[in-house]
Design a protein. Structure first.
Length: 170
């Protein structure tokens, strides 16, 4: 999971593994990368997710290509309440893809607009996000809210199902 600082990456992960939302103060600051493990069941198989929460600070961006190597899938998160956040997503995406091996199969990436609970008029954001998905061959755009839990489970199951399909497990 990667994207700009303050986009809510850690909050999304915590909401996935816990029913309550922690504040930024309770979550603390991501240092480099946090690795979270969660076991889930899909199509009768137990799957251990290894979720990497990559730091979003600009000065640490150059670490992203290293962390992206060997990834089975990824979620690029942006803050829907900050219009410039979607523009920053393009830079994050290019940096992530620069770490991919050319012999490696395509890495499915979902674009996630977080903080949907803070934005009333989503049409412009939706159009810009869909364009980014098409232009960069991402699998989907989803609007989520770590605060309310909206689409958090669906975000991860969509990515997992895509990985399983592309790798021939379905």
């Amino acid at each position: 999971m990667f994207g700009a600082k303050g986009s809510g990456k850690s909050a999304i992960i915590y909401k996935l593994i816990s029913a309550k939302l922690k504040t930024q103060m309770e979550l603390g600051r991501t240092l480099g990368a946090d690795i979270i493990l969660k076991q889930i069941t899909r199509v009768g198989k137990k799957i251990l997710l290894q979720i990497w929460d990559i730091i979003g600070e600009k000065q640490f961006r150059m670490m992203l290509p290293i962390y992206s190597r060997g990834a089975a899938g990824a979620i690029l998160v942006f803050d829907m309440s900050r219009e410039e956040s979607i523009d920053e997503s393009k830079e994050w995406l290019e940096l992530f893809k620069s770490g991919q091996e050319t012999i490696q199969p395509r890495i499915p990436i979902i674009l996630a607009g977080n903080k949907a609970d803070l934005v009333e008029n989503r049409s412009l954001i939706y159009q810009r996000a869909k364009k980014l998905v098409i232009d960069h061959d991402l699998i989907e755009y989803m609007e989520v809210s770590a605060k309310t839990g909206e689409n958090i489970q669906e975000l991860f199951t969509t990515l997992i199902d895509t990985i399983l399909i592309e790798r021939g497990f379905y």
